[in-house]
Design a protein around this ligand. Structure first.
Ligand code: ADP
Ligand code: MG
Length: 452
């Protein structure tokens, strides 16, 4: 019979996906498994904590769902004798003390608040966040290069900075260079102009162990900068140095990007960051409010999160606005107050006209040339079942309505039908780029053009 731990992992694996599983669960070594106690060994303190904070609950849930009483889980950290600070500091030994590695200066340009512990993870950014954490843990080993892409205001820069901070904390000897692609280009141009190319080359090719570049799409179409970046990339990559970049789209979608760069950017892991779902938006708001000492009741957080859906930057902006006005007027933050404040800006009107299930149904019906009554009806053949599932999925994502409510608006279907539709659409999208594109197109159409 398999032990309780292995059994739970088997159940969890398809839910997490192979990448996440291999990254965070496979490295945990099973030392002992009893029904009331499981002992594990993690390769590092970081891996141990990451498991405890992100996956432990899911493992326990697996055990419970199999009718087992979850055991206590003890995790020890493997002692790596070569790591500094872990050797036995026995005073009797007269062996020379190990020479501590030189500390590299703190990387410049990183925002203090963009750290892993202030980054909220959810389905929309899970892969990106775990890959970033893996890079921070073992730079140059697992995902090289790591490229994060996604729309504006979704946390790419935040994660890039978090990696910079964490590498500096975990590996103080590494020299970290962080900059935007635009700055890279400007420095390159002025290095050429002022005959300082040797210094430039030294800084990016020699004196650099970790290169973090934000918004790499900026250099697309700028031939000499691309050429220089190509050489920097090769020099670092061949030396096993970590490279991490962010972009607003995938490498192959960057018009004007040289083929040899596109292919290199695809060598490692390309992970997307999507717009956060309602739960994640609420969690982000709560954290932000707590961080800034803003008193906002939970239900108002939820209300605000349903109003502002486009991206996290907007969400933060709305919170700042609301709290500033509340302070000015000496009023508590209530739902009515939020409505009043956000209603003051004409620009916010659109946010206040919430997307409804009916809007979604209309758009989907039009797209597939089916009738709304059929979407709501009982017929199950594929030509209607697929659009219906898509409509349910988008209703859930875009309107923040509950499963029962969506069921009701689809002709009184059971909430489990809606849950199944959402799950299936999420799963099929993973494998089917065509469906993904269809949904993306519909989403863009329903949400409307981005605000400036
Ligand atoms: P991008 O680089 O993708 O345009 P940023 O990293 O600049 O986006 O994020 C915009 C703002 O939203 C930042 O203040 C960032 O801290 C915040 N933010 C984005 N995603 C998250 C998240 N998951 N948790 C906490 N804050 C977030
Ligand atoms: Mg950014």
């Amino acid at each position: 019979m398999t032990d309780i731990w292995t059994e739970a992992l088997r159940g969890l694996r398809p839910l997490l996906g192979t990448e996440t599983y291999d990254l965070w669960l496979r490295p945990l070594e099973l030392v002992e498994a009893h029904d009331d106690r499981v002992r594990l060994r993690a390769p590092s303190q970081f891996m141990k904590e990451w498991f405890e904070n992100h996956y432990k609950e899911a493992v326990l849930e697996q055990m419970r769902s199999r009718g087992r009483t979850p055991p206590a889980i003890d995790i020890e950290v493997a002692i790596d004798a070569t790591a500094p600070g872990t050797t036995d500091p026995s005073p009797a030994s007269d062996a020379p003390a190990p020479i501590p590695p030189a500390r590299a200066p703190a990387p410049s340009g990183l925002a203090e608040r963009y750290r892993f512990d202030t980054f909220i993870t959810g389905a929309s950014n899970e892969l990106a966040a775990s890959a970033a954490a893996a890079v921070a843990e073992e730079p140059g080993h697992r995902f090289n290069p790591l490229l994060l892409y996604g729309g504006v205001g979704l946390g790419k820069t935040h994660l890039l900075h978090a990696v910079g901070h964490a590498i500096h904390d975990n590996h103080p000897e590494l020299r970290i260079v962080y900059l935007s692609a635009e700055r890279f280009m400007n420095e390159f141009i002025s290095a050429v102009r002022y005959n300082q190319f040797d210094e430039f080359r030294q800084r990016y090719r020699e004196d650099c162990d970790v290169l973090l570049i934000d918004d790499i799409q900026f250099i697309a179409g700028r031939d000499r900068t691309m050429d220089e970046f190509f050489h920097v990339f090769n020099a670092l990559y061949e030396a096993g140095k970590q490279i991490m970049v962010t972009a607003d789209r995938t490498p192959s979608e960057m018009q004007g990007m040289e083929e040899r760069l596109t292919s290199r950017l695809n060598w490692g892991l390309v992970a997307d960051v999507k717009a956060p779902d309602l739960e994640t938006r609420v969690a982000i708001l709560r954290q932000k409010a707590e961080q800034d000492g803003i008193g906002i009741p939970d239900d108002v957080c939820v209300y605000l999160a349903t109003l502002v859906r486009s991206n996290v930057r907007e969400l933060e902006g709305a919170l700042v606005r609301v709290s500033t006005f509340a302070a000015l007027k000496g009023k508590p933050i209530t739902e009515a107050f939020v409505r009043e404040v956000l209603g003051e800006a004409a620009e916010a009107e659109r946010r206040l006209a919430p997307i409804t299930v009916e809007t979604v149904q209309k758009a989907v019906a039009q797209y597939f040339s089916v009738r709304i009554t059929d979407l709501k009806g009982p017929r199950r053949h594929k030509g209607i079942a697929r659009p219906r599932m898509i409509a349910m999925y988008l209703s859930r994502e875009l309107t923040g309505s509950s499963f029962p409510e969506i069921g009701l608006r689809f002709g009184g279907k059971d909430h489990s039908t809606v849950i199944n539709a959402c799950k299936r659409m999420a799963a099929i999208q993973e494998e089917d780029p065509e469906l993904r594109a269809t949904i993306a197109q519909l989403r863009a159409q329903i949400v409307g053009p981005p605000r400036p």
